[in-house]
Design a binder for this molecule. Sequence first.
Ligand code: AMP
Ligand code: GLY
Length: 420
Amino acid sequence: MLGSGGREHALAWKLAQSPLCDKLWAAPGNPGIAQEAECVSLDEDDHGAVVDFCKDNAIGLVVIGPEAPLVDGLADTLRAAGIDTFGPSKQAAQLEGSKGFTKELCQRANIPTARYERCTSLEAAWGALKKFDPPFVLKADGLAAGKGVVIAETRKEAQHALDEMFDGRFGSAGSEVVIEQFLMGEEASFFALTDGTAIVPIGTAQDHKRVGEGDRGPNTGGMGAYSPAPVLSEALREQVMRAIVEPTVRTMAAEGTPYSGVLYAGLMLTKDGPQLIEYNARFGDPECQVLMMRLESDLVELMQACAQGTLGEVAAPVLSDDFALTVVMAAEGYPGTPKKGGTIDLGEAEANGAKVFHAGTKLDGDTLTSSGGRVLNVTARGASATEAQARAYAAVDAIDFADGFCRRDIGQREVRREQG
Ligand code: AMP
Ligand code: GLY
């Protein structure tokens, strides 16, 4: 398994539980992952070195956690070397790697998404703004670590943001910009596994992107999440499969770029039905943590079937009826420059069935310390969102991490709904 964050800890934890897994390696891993797998240092950019490691150790399945190596074509290199790999090809990963690619695919396949314009120059972008009303949604085309989207309230703000984007604020991700219509509604995420032909849902989730309570402050990679997302009723989930996910997978296959792996659809539930905001070519982080807490099926069997094109032959994923909720503990300063090196004592956090996934931790001798922005994902299950939330925060309160902070309102919207 490749990766080193909380998502990968959750994947490693679940993969290691499978009777099909004799031995799990993780590269580079982290101290939490090291409890599930043997961690090795491998440079994911060095595709040759990854292939050599897999051959030397007779690896049966490679799971690629994050998006960057997918967009970089690591899955192609591994498959070309005859190694089964969970994760889409470079071409297929454009569903995440290029907003313009995805918008055009939506247009060809008649998938509901916000009206848009693709602009490759500042002049064109300023011109295209005239076709939209505020608020303006501006997106750098390429991967920008979740920071490539600007929502501008006024035309002036939008023009300023476009200036910055074409001036390299997001590096090469900003050499092309998509401007789109602002969608109103509640956001939710839908996950499906596919081998390019068969498609099976693997849960829903909602996350909290803003750093501050009440969804205020700057955007982050996600400060917490819960699953399921009850706003995605069975009827809506069927509609998402039929109108969004299935036509995407079918069109990708028909056009010679079949998609395999997990497809993460970011949705806006508008009054006109679900619309696609974006696709990701990997599990969400921290959404993966709550999905893995609920997954009752064998993850190795499912991922292997995606890699081998046999997903239609294995049982579809089963998720527990329980809720799972994860609270991100971040280091002071995040999402700006996080303070590193703060000591962490997990205490009895896992005593009552909670699970603490490591995201940005490192061992200094025997002492666990923080080494990134998002540091821990404190995750618990319960019969309701209310119960899962109470258990997750009880676990948070058992942790001693003086330089850390978390939001105290993860899952609050769902808890309020439950309490009427
Ligand atoms: P993305 O990186 O495409 O997921 O966008 C980041 C966030 O921007 C999303 O989670 C939404 O909250 C918001 N967003 C993106 N596109 C739109 C849109 N067309 N209308 C409203 N909000 C949007
Ligand atoms: N939590 C949002 C993401 O993984 O993209």
